[in-house]
Design a protein around this ligand. Structure first.
Ligand code: IMP
Length: 198
């Protein structure tokens, strides 16, 4: 059976595919690029789960195939959980978006002392089937924000995030080391288990 991945974010698609391919799912993975007319979904919900379900339901309706979507972001303690679901568009920039988002978060936390720079990445991964079945799983990765970027792997806020128990940022880790502990890795591994159980 085929299953479609509902993301146009190239970086996220790479991570999603990489993690899902390791999981021995009984599905052939298609990406949304195969459906150029699929509707662009506005993320209007205020939870990761709500937005992931919006994206997966829309693609499942459009293609008639089961769809997997994730929604994710970083929640910063000193910013009362922001940017959260707004992580992708926090700075409002339309080019060099990751860099602009990182710069804004660093500026907003410039006076937050070490010890109070806690943050966590969160991810909701969902699968929606044409027969109406819906599966939801959540993952998170706690850590702390640096005051300047380090590393060039990954994407988004990776260069300023050090997971708890590590000294490297997620932008300094290898892809497989990040997948092992990441919010997306955790959520997708749980989702794969739910799918296998039916
Ligand atoms: P969305 O899930 O497409 O709404 O976008 C999530 C946004 O959160 C990304 O564009 C990044 O800015 C941020 N984000 C989510 N996961 C990660 C990650 O693993 N590393 C760095 N940034 C992330």
């Amino acid at each position: 059976m085929q299953i479609v991945l509902a993301t146009r974010n190239q970086h996220k698609a790479v991570e999603l595919e990489r993690i899902l391919l390791e999981l021995d799912l009984q599905f052939e993975l298609l990406t949304v690029d195969k459906f150029p007319d699929a509707p662009e979904v506005e993320e209007t919900e205020n939870t990761f789960e709500g937005n992931a379900l919006l994206k997966a339901r829309a693609l499942c309706n459009f293609t008639g195939l089961p769809a997997i979507a994730d929604d994710s972001g970083i929640c910063i303690d000193a910013l009362e959980g922001s940017p959260g679901v707004l992580s992708a568009r926090w700075s409002g920039a339309t080019e060099n978006i990751d860099r602009a988002n990182v710069d804004l978060v660093l500026a907003q936390t410039v006076s937050v002392p070490e010890g109070q720079r806690g943050a966590q990445f969160q991810c909701a991964a969902v699968a929606v089937f044409p027969d109406g079945r819906e599966f939801v799983s959540l993952g998170s990765m706690p850590g702390a924000l640096l005051t300047a970027p380090r590393g060039s792997n990954g994407f988004g806020y990776d260069p300023i995030f050090v997971p708890d128990g590590f000294t490297k940022t997620t932008a300094e880790m290898s892809a497989s080391d990040k997948d092992e502990i990441s919010h997306r890795g955790i959520a997708l591994r749980k989702l794969a288990q739910l799918l296998k159980e039916g």
